[in-house]
Design a protein around this ligand. Sequence first.
Ligand SMILES: NC(=O)c1ccc[n+]([C@@H]2O[C@H](COP(=O)([O-])OP(=O)(O)OC[C@H]3O[C@@H](n4cnc5c(N)ncnc54)[C@H](O)[C@@H]3O)[C@@H](O)[C@H]2O)c1
Length: 307
Amino acid sequence: MKTYLITGVAGFIGSAIAKRVLENGDKVVGIDNFLTGYRREVLSEIDFIEGDISKVEDLEKLEKFQIDGIFHLAAQSSGEISYEKPEYDVQTNALGTLNLLNFAVKQKISRFIYASSMTIYGDVEDKPISEDICKNPKSYYGITKLAGENYVSAFSDRLNTTSFRLFNVYGEGQNMENLKQGMVSIYLAYFLKGEPVFVKGSGDRFRDLIHIDDVVDIWLESVNLEKSFGKVYNLGTGKKSKVKKLLEVLAKSWGDEKYPIEYADYGTSGDTFGIYADISELERDFWKPKIDLETGIDKFVRWVKNR
Ligand SMILES: NC(=O)c1ccc[n+]([C@@H]2O[C@H](COP(=O)([O-])OP(=O)(O)OC[C@H]3O[C@@H](n4cnc5c(N)ncnc54)[C@H](O)[C@@H]3O)[C@@H](O)[C@H]2O)c1
């Protein structure tokens, strides 16, 4: 049996990974400060420390555990919120990541997997984006996620690191109360409240939408996959989905194809117009994500309706 530290364990992706690790018969140690995560997501089987990864003294509370690998997901993870208090992003996303890397070296924890983000690319051309293009993050969030990723790469001489640049992850477990984080959950929250969907920016914007189950499958596979050590991957589906197409799929799955939609004539600061992933590297070492948009949205809508 192995023990994995999951930072951000009370959040959307961290809690989904924790569930799978436990299902596989391994153990989870978790840390979270409940910035956006929820205590109810921290399962009783998890050895949990309420703490802040930007504080070395909080990470020291984890020293008593024998840890085999780290899944690092804790972050301020909204581009929009990053403008409200940019220092927080620097402290958590950049300094917190550096602290955690130092912790891993000190504790001789060799495996380190990092949640990077597609926001590090900034504005790009309308074509599949490969890992090696120039990075020009626009949002304060993207800047600090890139700093975190660069720290991780700098430690790859001492640790077995892997960074996944996550595109838009959606699905069961996503926060339905936070209207500043998560494109799919934000739109679906309007359906849930029975209000017109309020869309900031054009319906022609496009994203690469990947279901949470595909993300969890690939993260868990990577733990012991030596060829992924020291590497950075785009983690998306490789498919381009326009916002208006996403809204159509959501409305159909919700059961009301004429659901009202209102477009604002302004967008969100730091938002890129469109991006989708070149996933050749991912396919070479793993596989192509399996869940298509219609199936993934149906799963998510069912979960939202049955909550
Ligand atoms: N969801 C996506 O589409 C997406 C896309 C790209 C990258 N990511 C990255 O994936 C990771 C997880 O994202 P998510 O969607 O689950 O977001 P989330 O907000 O649900 O989870 C982040 C968790 O980190 C915790 N946290 C924040 N600051 C902390 C701190 N200083 N110390 C300890 N815990 C702290 C929060 O309370 C929360 O539980 C993040 O690193 C994010 O940048 C997510």
